[in-house]
Design a protein around this ligand. Structure first.
Ligand code: TRP
Length: 333
């Protein structure tokens, strides 16, 4: 039996290059060695978007299409939608009886997000419970590993603490999940700020070739280089960070860097070569994405079927949880 991996992503719109290097490439690779469960965390999207959930449905479909296009294989991994597996909610409720509120209040993302998303009222019960729902997502499958970014490590710590507290009261039921951290290249947006949909500085997996060329042309680069014969800085320059992340032709990249440092190459050449490399990488993703979106019935059936498979796993755990918590007074039959 392969060790189990569980990870989720909120459906917050079109996926971009940050998702690809930050999660999807890793998710795809993990399919070799692990029994992977990947899900769209649509209830988690509601923790911040509860006042206007109208965009979520489209984002769910976009996410699934992008995942499959990026190499997440529904034949090998269990892809599902959180809200199709109500056991996540049941376990979240039961865990909410056990978790002390200060444990949730001291999770760093709680205050950070409240500060950052000032236009939204995040003083809700559901938002406070975000990492507890995440805990339920993970332990309901008895995951061994959770591939996440650095920012999510405190969430996993909370998960392990909650599991231990649960075990103290009711006996052993769950695995203690461990984070699976991979070196993730930090990529800025095309304007050199943090890459984010809300800044409009992303290159999306669904962008067509011309859009990619246009965005690369606008990309922030060394501002000191007002002319091509001025020596430029490669380190921390977004154009070269993207070359490093996406251009497989290392000789070409090294040659561009050397000439850039000497003031012997124009930005146009550096950027044209980047756009070409990006489009070469994105082309097969675009094709697969189009195939998925052209078959909405296939997608629907696949996701319903594999959400059922997830539900069977989750239900088996919940049987043990109800048993441990002495909740089986009468069986429904
Ligand atoms: N919090 C994660 C994020 O924003 C999404 C998520 C929800 C998740 N549930 C999860 C990730 C369970 C891993 C496991 O990226």
């Amino acid at each position: 039996m392969k060790p189990r991996v569980v990870s989720g992503m909120r459906p917050t719109g079109k996926l971009h290059l940050g998702h690809l290097v930050g999660a999807l490439h890793n998710w795809a690779d993990l399919q070799e060695q692990y029994d992977c469960f990947y899900f769209v965390a649509d209830w988690h999207a509601l923790t911040s978007d509860y006042a206007d959930p109208s965009g979520i449905a489209e984002s769910v479909v976009d996410s699934l299409a992008d995942w499959i296009a990026a190499g997440i294989d529904p034949e090998r991994s269990t892809l599902f939608i959180q809200s199709l597996v109500p056991q996540h909610a049941e376990l979240h409720l039961l865990l909410s009886m056990v978790v002390p509120i200060p444990w949730l209040e001291r999770v760093p993302t709680y205050k950070e997000q409240q500060d950052q998303l000032r236009d939204k009222d995040l003083s809700t019960y559901g938002f406070l419970g975000y990492p507890l729902l995440q805990t339920a997502d993970i332990i309901v499958y008895n995951a061994h590993y959770v591939p996440v970014g650095e920012d999510q490590v405190p969430h996993l710590e909370l998960s392990r603490e909650v599991v231990r507290r649960f075990h103290n009261f009711y006996g052993e039921v769950f695995n203690e999940p461990q984070p699976l951290l991979t070196a993730i290249p930090r990529l800025p947006g095309i304007d050199n700020r943090k890459m984010s949909k809300s800044y409009g500085n992303t290159i999306n997996l669904s962008d067509d070739a011309e859009t990619v060329r246009q965005k690369v042309r606008q990309m922030y680069t060394d501002p000191k280089r007002v002319r091509a014969d001025i020596p430029g800085t490669v380190e921390g320059n977004p154009v070269f960070m993207y070359h490093d992340a996406f251009n497989p032709n290392v000789d070409e990249v090294n040659d561009l860097k050397a000439r850039y440092r000497q003031g012997k190459v124009g930005d146009v050449e550096v950027k044209t070569k980047l756009a070409t490399a990006l489009n070469a990488m994105l082309e097969p993703i675009r094709d697969r994405r189009a195939v998925v979106l052209a078959r909405p019935e296939w997608l629907r059936e696949m996701i319903v079927e594999s959400s059922r498979r997830a539900e069977r796993e989750a239900e088996a755990t919940m049987e043990r949880v109800r048993e441990a918590m002495k909740l089986r007074y009468f069986e429904r039959g």
